[in-house]
Design a protein. Structure first.
Length: 315
């Protein structure tokens, strides 16, 4: 059995350890990993001015300014020696980079906003979905969400097909009430968060039909913790996806504080959180998403985030 307290000092040690090695080039989702470390460090009050400046400079080094590939690449190892369609930004890495810069207090003056917004619009498909990046074969509501976050953070929706994208997002709602990542797929906690957040950022969440069925589906994902799909085991990351979704629908009164018990069992002796209880091995993704989930659950010492972006954010 784990502690019956959230040991914030151990989680601070875990994120401090991760932060000591940053920034660096790494795997294909490195910008998102960096985002998790920076945002988690912000939640735990660990950011310092020297590290802030170092990370900001590294992020700007990853900026691609050639349309329709503009944005931020996933890591510095992807940079080529000449302009090429192989040196491109993805919507996910651009969203992550803009969140990092916002958290660190950057004013976006060096961001090529016009090129990025044009590149985002170029990724919107004929049915209102979005490609993960220019030339990709992967398109679903996750990348719609990233596109909406980018336009929201840059405060530029000029030419963005809001009605078309809204129609696509609404088409992802399933018979269960939740949302899938693409029409016809199974309702999923992450897909539901991306769909609801996109509608919120598009200022269209008031257009949501069957609102009560969405709330019911979300509430039914609560057991000893939160699960992401019907019939699946509880997983620490879903306190983020499900908890923030309920907040987006102003239904947080239905979130059970008893779910804190689940996080007592998922925190590890080294700090950080594991996917399932009593495993003892933390990972970055579940550690960061669990921190946000603790804020949703009202854990003392963890700031609450702006739900559609999942970060501490002041417009």
């Amino acid at each position: 059995m784990g502690d019956k307290n959230i040991r914030l000092e151990k989680h601070a040690e875990y994120f401090s350890m991760l932060g000591e090695q940053l920034p660096q080039q790494a795997h294909s989702s490195y910008m998102t990993g960096l985002f998790f470390v920076v945002s988690g460090s912000c939640l735990l009050g660990l950011l310092n001015e020297q590290k802030k400046a170092e990370v900001i400079e590294w992020v700007y080094e990853q900026q691609v300014e050639t349309k329709p590939f503009a944005g931020f690449r996933v890591n510095s190892s992807a940079k080529l020696t000449e302009v090429s369609r192989w040196d491109y930004a993805s919507l996910a890495s651009t969203y992550s980079a803009l969140c990092i810069l916002k958290i660190l207090g950057d004013d976006y003056t060096r961001v090529n906003k016009a090129a990025i917004v044009e590149s985002v619009k170029a990724q919107i498909t004929e049915n209102g979905c979005a490609w993960s990046h220019s030339g990709s074969v992967e398109a679903d509501v996750r990348f719609v969400y990233c596109a909406c976050c980018i336009c929201y953070l840059l405060d530029d929706w000029q030419g963005f097909p809001i009605d078309l994208v809204t129609k696509f997002v609404l088409s992802c709602q399933t018979y269960e009430g939740g949302f899938s990542i693409y029409p016809g797929f199974e309702a999923h906690g992450g897909g539901t968060f991306c769909a609801l957040s996109s509608l919120y950022l598009l200022n269209k969440i008031g257009d949501l039909p069957k609102r009560e069925s969405v709330v019911e589906w979300l509430v039914m994902r609560q057991g000893s913790g939160f699960s992401g799909r019907s019939g699946k085991a509880e997983d620490s990351c879903y306190g983020y996806w499900i908890g923030l979704s309920l907040k987006l629908l102003e239904a947080e009164r239905f979130i059970s504080k008893d779910n804190l018990e689940f996080y007592f069992e998922c925190q590890t002796p080294y700090g950080g959180f594991s996917k399932y209880p009593n495993i003892g091995v933390p990972d970055l993704t579940h550690s960061y998403l669990s921190l946000v989930a603790l804020g949703v659950l009202g854990c003392e010492g963890i700031p609450k985030v702006f739900p559609p972006l999942g970060i501490v954010f002041n417009a």
